[in-house]
Every structure is written in C-alpha cells, then in structure tokens.
Design a protein around this ligand. Structure first.
Ligand code: PHE
Ligand code: FE
Length: 289
C-alpha cells in the first residue's frame, strides 16, 4: 500500500523492521549509502519509473515540479546531497532512520526541520505492496513537497503540534490530520483534483483511484471532521479530504488545538467512508485537463 503513519511504531505483533542498534539517541543513523546493492538501486529505479510515469494529470504541479530535485532516477539518492539542495531552498534536511520511530522522536525531528527517511528498501516481492514505509515511500512520497515553502512550514508546525499533542494525550486525533493531509491529501487546483499526499503518490494503484474513481468520498477540508474520522490502513481510502491550497492548510491548522481537541472529544467518531447529512462532496476528476 503506502506509508503507515509513524504512530504505529511499537504496536502490533512485530517489532519494526530495520537495525536500531546503531541509531543515535534521536533515532537518526548513517544512511550507509555504499551498502545498497546494484539490485536495490535497480529496484528503486523501477519503482521511480512506475510512479513518475503516472504523475501527469494526477499529481499536483508543486509535486511534479519538485520530483527532479530527488536527482538521478536510477539510483537511491544520497541523503547528504539531497539535504544540501533542500536546505538551500527551504532550510529542511533529510536524515536517515532505521525505520518507524516513536512518535515523540518523529515530532521532535520535524519541529527541527529534519525529515526522517527510512534507510532500507523493500524486497522485490514487495514491489506492489509494503506494510511499513521504506526509503522509496519516504523519499519519493514525502521529500518533493518539502521543497515547497508553505508545505515545508506546515510540516514543521505539525512537528511542534505533535509535541504539544503528546502532552494533551491527543496524538490519536492529530495523527488523523497527518493521515488525511500529509499521507492521503487531495488538492483542488484550476486543472482539477490532484494528489499531494505521500501515501497516494508512492502507491501504484491508489494515485489514479484517489483522483479519478467515482467510488471514494471527497470531502472539503474541515479540521474537526478530519479529527473525528477513522481511517483504513489496509485498503485504499474510502474518504479523502480536499484542500484548496497549501496556504489554506497552513492557516487552518495555525490556531491553538487545545480547545479543538476538547470539542472533538465531545463528538462521535465517524466511520471511514461515512458521509454526513448535507455534506457537499467533490466529484472525481474528469481526467480531461
Ligand atoms: N496549531 C496546532 C496546535 O496548536 C499545531 C499544529 C500546526 C498541528 C499544524 C498540526 C499542524 O496544536
Ligand atoms: Fe509516509
């Protein structure tokens, strides 16, 4: 599928994949680029090609324009080189981590404008489906939009907001915001509905489904509606949320969430895919622009 939000770290029946023994206290580690095999670079190239070939008409322009910053498509990028060009543009950096990390560590890195990227690459048999995020999902899905100044600031604000949510015991509510924006967000553009979420953009099948299929519900951005909405982790989403601009996303999430968490706790949860009475939905993209 896609990337699972880092909130799943330490849950479930398996420990996370990856070597945590050599990680620093903040969970960052060396990328150890020279350890990637030619077969891994080739697998990355095939993943990259599969996704890059379907971005047109499905991904937002900000993403399409920034993918080139990832560098040569035929090998796994060196994080230090990528960080250099990213830092020049938005003062963000990419840092290596062994895999999923605890949420406090994740929030703290984001708040310092460091994006954690998993070192390992999936196995060839996981070409179409992967349970935990790997280097391809983290890089191809997440890093291009970090070159966008407004989205870059949103990610930092999210990190700081996460540290606050930990103190307020509201991480589960905040994680839904991450899920429905950073991982599975859609944006309404002059050309039509387009994807900006990393989980969609790194998925072979969900990219087209999320933008063009008549099946899922596409609800306009609404912070409380989002925080009340459960989500699916093992199938395509039944509901997507649509923003009008990255500035809308940044502005709507700028207020103090303390009273918002309280308000959301008073209200009922919404099942994945449920539509509320009178709710206006966006229709699927026609694919003609
Ligand atoms: N404004 C939020 C708060 O006060 C922080 C936040 C910003 C959370 C952006 C998510 C995204 O908690
Ligand atoms: Fe992700």
């Amino acid at each position: 599928n896609h990337g699972v939000a880092p909130v799943t770290y330490g849950q479930g029946d398996r420990p996370p994949r990856g070597d945590y023994a050599t990680a620093r206290e903040d969970y960052t580690c060396e990328q150890n680029w020279s350890a990637y095999t030619p077969a891994e670079h080739d697998l990355y190239r095939r993943l990259y090609e599969r996704q890059a070939s379907q971005l047109d008409g499905l991904a937002c322009d900000e993403f399409i324009d920034a993918v080139r910053h990832l560098g040569a498509p035929d090998r796994i990028p060196r994080f230090d080189e990528l960080s250099e060009s990213l830092y020049q543009r938005t003062k963000w950096e990419v840092v290596a981590v062994p895999g999923l990390i605890p949420e406090e560590a994740f929030f703290s890195l984001l708040a310092r404008r460091k994006f954690p990227v998993t070192g390992w690459l999936r196995k060839p048999e996981e070409f179409d489906y992967i349970v935990e995020p790997d280097v391809f999902h983290d890089l191809f899905g997440h890093v291009p939009l970090l070159f966008n100044p407004v989205f870059a600031d949103y990610m930092q604000a999210y990190g700081a907001g996460g540290m606050k949510a930990s103190r307020l015991d509201a991480c589960e509510l905040l994680a839904r915001l991450y899920w429905y924006t950073v991982e599975f967000g859609l944006i309404h553009t002059p050309k039509g509905i387009r994807a900006y979420g990393a989980g969609i953009l790194s998925s072979a099948g969900e990219l087209r489904y999320s933008v063009r299929s008549p099946e899922p519900s596409r609800v306009g951005f609404d912070l409380q509606r989002m925080m009340r909405s459960r989500y699916k982790i093992d199938t395509y989403q039944a509901t997507y949320f649509v923003i009008e601009s990255f500035q809308q996303l940044f502005d709507a999430t700028a207020p103090d969430f303390t009273p918002i968490y309280q308000a959301v706790r008073q209200k009922e949860e919404i099942e994945a895919g449920a539509v509320l009475p009178g709710e206006k939905l966006y229709s699927a993209d026609s694919g003609t622009n």
